[in-house]
Structures are given as C-alpha cells and as structure tokens.
Design a protein around this ligand. Structure first.
Ligand code: AMP
Ligand code: ZN
Length: 312
C-alpha cells in the first residue's frame, strides 16, 4: 500500500528517515521553507536593512537557497554572485542555468569570469604542486572573490548554500586532524572581523543535501545536475559517503553530530582559540594573515610564478 502524507493524508512520495515521516511534495516544500525560515530566525542571520548576496554556483543547494529566500522574504534585497571557474562545459552549464533561474526570479546576477578577468582557469592549477587536488586552491579563490565582490557591491551578508552534509563532513575532517581553528569557524553565522570582510551566513545549515535536491526538483528549478569534474573521487566525497552509511545505522546521526558540536563543544573551543590579527595584503589590499594573501599567492602560482610553498 502506498504510504500517506503525515501532514495532509495525500499520497506520500518522500520519506524523511531522520524524522521517520512520509510527506507529499506540497507538504515537503512547506516544511522545507518553514525549517529554513526557523534557522534564519534562530541564528539571526538576516536582519532588517540587510542586503543579501547569494553565492550561487548553479548547483542544487545554492539554487534552492536563492529560490527559498525569495519565497520566504519577498521584500528582501537579494542578489546573486557567480564565479565562472573556466572548467569547460561544466562552467558553461552552471552559468546558463543561473541566468535562467535569476531571470525567472527577477534577481540581479553578477558573474565574475576567471578567464576573462584574471586570465586563468581552475585547470591551470594542474600544472602546479596541486596536480589533481584542485579543490584546495579552488576553495581559496572562490572564498576570496565572493567576499571581495560582496564587499564591493556593499552587501551586508554573503549567503552560501552549505548544507548539513557539508557541515558534518568538515566537522568530521576537522576532528580527525585536530583542526581547531576550522572547528571554531564552523558556524551558521560568521560575523565580520574586518571592515573588508562581509559577514557569512549558511541558511541551509540544517537541511540535508537530499532535501535541497528534492526541493530544487519539486520547485522545477534550473540547476546543473553533474558534479564538478575535479571533485570526482576526492576524500571529501568519500567522507560524505561514510557519514551517510553511519546515518543509515543511526538515523539522525548527522543532525546530532552538528547540533552537539555547535551547542556544547564550539563555545568551549572558542574560548581556547586566539583570534589571529589581520593585515592588508601588500598586493591587493584585502585582509590577510600574512604580507601577501593566500589568493594572490595562488593566482601567481597558476600564472606560472615561482612560489615554492603556496600554503605558507
Ligand atoms: P562547494 O565549496 O563547492 O561545496 O560550495 C559551497 C557553496 O559555495 C555553494 O553552496 C555556493 O553557495 C558557493 N559556491 C560554490 N561554487 C561557487 C561559484 N562558482 N560561484 C559562486 N558561489 C559558489
Ligand atoms: Zn592579496
């Protein structure tokens, strides 16, 4: 017999294993929107007068984020920022899907094209010490540019599509290697610590990757289906699979892991970590913990400059 929706009794299509409930698509969409709204309010992510820029990759998470923000806060000042990473057909598809989505939503889209504006593409890092580990420099470049564009656009919040699975994976990895600074920075809201750093928010913090996919699909959003070719087989994906296996045996595992960290451990860790002071990068003037910022070092490396250890 077909299961029925716990909320309205119609035919259910979705089973949320962590909550053990069946839902129909309409009730699922309502629940998704309610949960995102609750997360935003609980952590005071968006306040009156905020100008919010969504870091939009063209994937399911940030596309769901843009759509849900427009739905639950119709009057919010909202824009999208996209970095075209120059990864062939993959990047073209991301940009095309975003052009459609933002047009449908009547939201401004600022596209920064790495190749056109900096003369490099992510693939150039293959010729450096990173070889096929492109995700590391890619993360640095994206974080820097998204912040810079949000700062220049005078946005007060930069929203990313990080979901519960992303957070649990970073948490797992940080505990594994004792990355205390990373553990402390893993929060739903990262306040600004420098006039040129825009506050970061993660409104999908409590939503699983599967929920984002279902929401984006049931709302018929245009989003790119394929994963980044450079992310195939990475350790981070392997760790996500492992955490999903645990969640099959312990329903709600990822929710509990993230919740316990934030509520009980994060405050204690925060008290024991010193905040590193920031200076302005000699080359670009953006905030940095060393004379030349991580972004400028990576870009020089991709252009064939001689930096023996870009991690320093
Ligand atoms: P990732 O680091 O690829 O897992 O992406 C995490 C979040 O960063 C996404 O949900 C987006 O909000 C943002 N993001 C990733 N890639 C891009 C991009 N190319 N342009 C703009 N934002 C991005
Ligand atoms: Zn710099």
């Amino acid at each position: 017999m077909r299961p029925t929706c716990k909320r309205c009794g119609a035919g259910a299509e979705i089973f949320l294993d962590y909550a053990r409930i069946n839902l129909c698509p309409e009730c699922f969409k309502n629940l998704f929107e309610r949960k995102v709204r609750e997360t935003i309010l609980r952590y005071r992510m968006i306040e009156h007068g905020d100008r919010v820029a969504v870091a939009a990759s063209g994937g399911k998470d940030s596309s769901a984020l843009l759509f849900v923000l427009r739905r639950i806060f119709p009057d919010l000042e909202l824009s999208a920022i996209h970095i075209n990473l120059g990864i062939g057909g993959y990047s073209d598809e991301c940009e095309q899907k975003l052009l459609r989505l933002t047009k449908n939503l009547d939201v401004d889209l600022r596209v920064f094209n790495l190749k056109k504006e900096l003369g490099i593409s992510m693939g150039d890092f293959r010729n450096t010490v990173y070889k096929d580990r492109i995700c590391a420099p890619c993360g640095t470049v994206k974080r820097y540019l998204l912040n810079k564009l949000a700062f220049e656009g005078e946005f007060t919040k930069l929203a990313t599509g990080h979901n519960l699975d992303d957070v649990a994976e970073v948490l797992f990895n940080s505990y594994l290697y004792g990355e205390i600074n990373q553990l402390v920075r893993l929060k739903p809201v990262l306040p600004s610590t420098h006039p040129k750093l825009v506050s970061k928010i993660k409104p999908l913090w409590a939503m699983t990757e599967m929920e984002d996919l279902l929401y984006a699909s049931y709302c018929s959003l245009p989003f790119r289906a394929e994963e980044c070719p450079f992310s195939r087989g990475t350790r981070s994906l392997e760790r996500k699979k492992l955490l999903n296996d645990i969640a099959i045996r312990i329903p709600g595992f990822k929710h509990t892991f993230v919740k316990s960290h934030l509520k009980k451990l994060s405050p204690a860790l925060e008290r024991s970590v010193e905040v590193s002071s920031l200076v302005e990068c000699e080359l670009c003037g953006m905030p940095s913990s060393s004379k030349v910022c991580a972004f400028c070092k990576r870009i020089e490396l991709a252009k064939g400059g001689k930096i023996s250890n870009p991690e320093i």
